[in-house]
Design a protein around this ligand. Structure first.
Ligand code: ADP
Ligand code: MG
Length: 255
């Protein structure tokens, strides 16, 4: 894998195939909620794929299903997440750190028991967390806590990193720096990323492919491949791409 984000992605080698025919939440006496209908896509090796859709569309539901956290759906995920040897690394919307454990313990406790003793110096250095290893999450800013959540997701060398709106409620600078770290890490390690966002500019900056989703129940409205190398994506290109998307998919992308 070459450095700098100019690698060729895709090449027809899916590491994940998602086909959710239907997902319905049935809770007690209330009306059933159909969250996903006929949503199918793949993620290929080394690729960054962004899922974009309105709030409440069914994006987090889709991620939970493909991670094997919700078996109650009609469809098929390949490889079967419950039988897989290595599970994807996951960063949820909230960092979800254990407040009574140090940064380092939070990262190690999420790893399979047999690998918890491994050397994590490189990871902590790369994420700028080395000085914080012995601190408790409460002493960290939200941006730093998100880095810990990212370290935790990366610690066991996953082939796929799944991110659910990982940069929300960060200021622009913190979001940009964390985003840069994610892109740099996946380019360096050659992993794939599936990221949910409703920040279109963010998706245009990092994605190899955009999957535009309808309002609930989530289904695929369009798939857009962004062929320009990440390092060559300047402001003018991003603005033009965004305008073009908004014209073609006015319901999904606002101007
Ligand atoms: P998104 O992540 O796109 O904002 P979600 O996948 O979280 O949307 O939710 C999709 C829809 O399913 C929403 O209408 C939400 O209220 C509903 N929903 C999510 N989780 C549950 C649940 N556990 N029980 C019932 N309804 C749910
Ligand atoms: Mg969500």
């Amino acid at each position: 894998m070459s450095a700098g984000g100019d690698r060729v992605s895709g090449a027809g080698e899916p590491i994940l195939r998602v086909a959710i025919d239907r997902k319905v939440y049935r809770a007690g006496a209330s009306e059933p909620v159909e969250a996903v209908r006929g949503l199918a896509f793949t993620v290929e090796r080394g690729e960054i794929v962004c899922l974009i859709g309105p709030s409440g569309a069914g994006k987090s539901t889709t991620l939970r299903i493909l991670l094997g956290l919700d078996p109650d759906y009609e469809g098929r995920i390949e490889p079967d997440p419950r039988g897989a040897e290595t599970s994807p690394g996951m960063v949820f919307q909230e960092p979800r750190l254990l407040p009574w454990r140090t940064v380092e313990q939070n990262v190690r406790l999420a790893m399979p028991r047999g690998r918890r003793g491994r050397d994590l110096d490189g990871l902590f250095d790369h994420l700028g967390l080395a000085p914080w290893r012995g601190r408790y999450p409460g002493a960290l800013s939200l941006g730093m806590q998100r880095r810990v959540a990212l370290a935790r997701a990366l610690a066991d060398d996953p082939r796929l990193l799944v991110l659910d709106e990982p940069f929300v409620s960060l200021d622009d600078a913190a979001a940009a720096s964390l985003r840069g770290l994610v892109v740099d890490t996946v380019d360096r390690l050659g992993m794939s990323v599936l990221m949910v966002t409703h920040n279109v500019a963010e998706a245009i900056a990092v994605a190899d492919r955009l999957l535009l989703l309808s309002p609930r129940p989530a289904s695929l409205v369009a798939e857009v491949r962004l062929d320009r190398p990440r390092s060559a994506r300047d402001r003018a290109w991003a603005d033009a791409t965004r305008r073009d998307l908004a014209e073609r998919h006015p319901g999904v992308i606002a101007d």
